[in-house]
Design a protein. Structure first.
Ligand code: ZN
Length: 83
């Protein structure tokens, strides 16, 4: 049993332990960390990472131990959004 201890603080639904891809933006740089354990709300999709997991992703990013580099397209909504 590995149930999350608390329900989603956004919508109150249950959380499920999943492995996610965590994206962090620092200034104009985007960092992607894969295989990150998180509790994900089954209803709204809100993702909850433990403080230890967040710390581990920070440490990994700062280590510069890059697994791979991906091209990431950037969209600017303001140009196409209805006014
Ligand atoms: Zn939720």
């Amino acid at each position: 049993m590995n149930e999350a201890q608390s329900p989603c603080s956004v919508c109150g639904a249950w959380l499920r332990r999943e492995t996610i891809t965590f994206t962090q933006t620092i200034r104009d740089s985007v960092y992607i960390v894969t295989d990150v354990p998180a509790d994900v709300c089954v209803q709204c999709g809100e993702q909850y990472l433990s403080p230890d997991t967040v710390g581990a992703t920070q440490t990994l990013i700062e280590s510069g131990d890059v697994g791979e580099t991906r091209q990431v397209p950037v969209y600017r909504l303001a140009a196409t959004a209805p006014s």
